[in-house]
Design a protein around this ligand. Structure first.
Ligand SMILES: [Zn+2]
Length: 331
């Protein structure tokens, strides 16, 4: 029954699509008054990769997306060029995460776009103090009360943001509302599956504590019952104090930590030094602030790599040991 009706729906859809294409061609010539750019697509500006991914997945062919943060560039404290600011001002819709990039926040404030989608409206920020009682090294203290911006690293929060993007696009471009809704549902389904993989994969781990160079994984840790010990604050370029380093070393020793994580867009030097001091391994935990090669990887594939890395570092049963030396003592 399902198969039959499915096939029928597809035939109907194909016919509708042809009719739609014809009517779209007419509209394009007629020059309608909808909130769209010259190419007939919704002109969307996304502040950095996780926002760009949502815009692409939900908007597909109906949108033209510009990412303000180039691939491989670290997004914290991004400076915008005059051209980019002009682009923000001309956008039909803007997707951003208030509190992550101050210059983007300013440009968005000054932009006249009717559709401004702030990720933190769908998933409010929490102030994550560096765990294990850190006083030193938390560079986020000087960033005001905005809180930890890394909400996209919790797939459940990311799904909530996806829904708000779907709603925003549907309002900005009502003639394609149905497609935006369908694409949103599809993405949310994939994010829910990812969330379930994380839940299952991190259930029976040997230790719940992981050490990372940049405090990007507070929401992920909260959601899966883990403890993040960060060498740095939420700003990846900050330098830890000797006091902070001593605290991290103690936390690592007390909790049977095997691995120091570093990230892809920032030099691993600090993580290397700390790991060497403690005789530990290093591995990559990617905060997805940018994807180096969007043709190779996306949010979902990188998150699955992160899950595998976490399972290995935390001694999950059946996981491959992270990086090198110790062939993991299972118990
Ligand atoms: Zn960050």
């Amino acid at each position: 029954m399902i198969g039959l009706s499915g096939r029928r729906t597809r035939t109907t859809l194909a016919l509708t699509a042809t009719a739609l294409a014809a009517s779209l061609a007419l509209t394009a010539c007629g020059g309608s008054s909808s909130a769209k750019g010259t190419d007939g697509k919704l002109n969307v500006v996304a502040s950095f990769y996780p926002m760009e991914f949502l815009a692409q997945q939900i908007g597909k062919d109906h949108v033209s997306v510009t990412d303000l943060t180039a691939p491989g560039v670290e997004p914290h404290d991004l400076e915008l060029t005059a051209k980019q600011v002009a682009g923000v001002q001309k956008a039909d819709a803007i997707l951003y995460l208030k509190g992550l990039q101050p210059t983007v926040d300013q440009a968005v404030d000054q932009a006249s776009a009717k559709t401004k989608i702030d990720a933190t409206a769908a998933s409010p920020l929490v102030d994550h103090h560096l765990d294990e009682g850190a006083e030193g090294g938390d560079a986020h203290q000087d960033k005001g009360p905005a809180g930890d911006p890394h909400i996209w690293l919790d797939p459940a929060r990311y799904a909530a943001i996806a829904k708000s993007v779907g709603d925003g696009f549907a309002k900005a471009d009502p003639s394609h509302a149905e497609d935006y809704r369908k694409n949103t549902d599809d993405l949310v389904t994939r994010l829910t599956a990812l969330d379930q993989e994380f839940q299952a994969g991190l259930k029976d781990v040997g230790t719940k504590t992981f050490v990372t160079s940049h405090a990007a994984f507070g929401y992920l840790a909260d959601h899966y019952g883990l403890t993040q010990v960060a060498i740095n604050g939420v700003d990846p370029e900050s330098e830890p104090t000797p006091v902070r380093l001593a605290e991290v070393q103690k936390a690592a020793r007390d909790n049977g930590v095997t691995t120091i994580f570093f990230e892809t867009l920032v030099s691993p030097k600090l993580a290397d030094t700390v790991a060497k001091d403690l005789g530990l391994k290093t591995a990559v935990l990617d905060p997805l602030e940018g994807v180096k090669d969007p043709a190779e990887d996306d949010y979902l594939s990188v998150m699955r790599q992160n899950l595998a890395s976490l399972r290995a570092a935390l001694g999950a049963p059946g996981s491959a040991p992270a990086g090198a030396p110790t062939p993991a003592a299972t118990s």
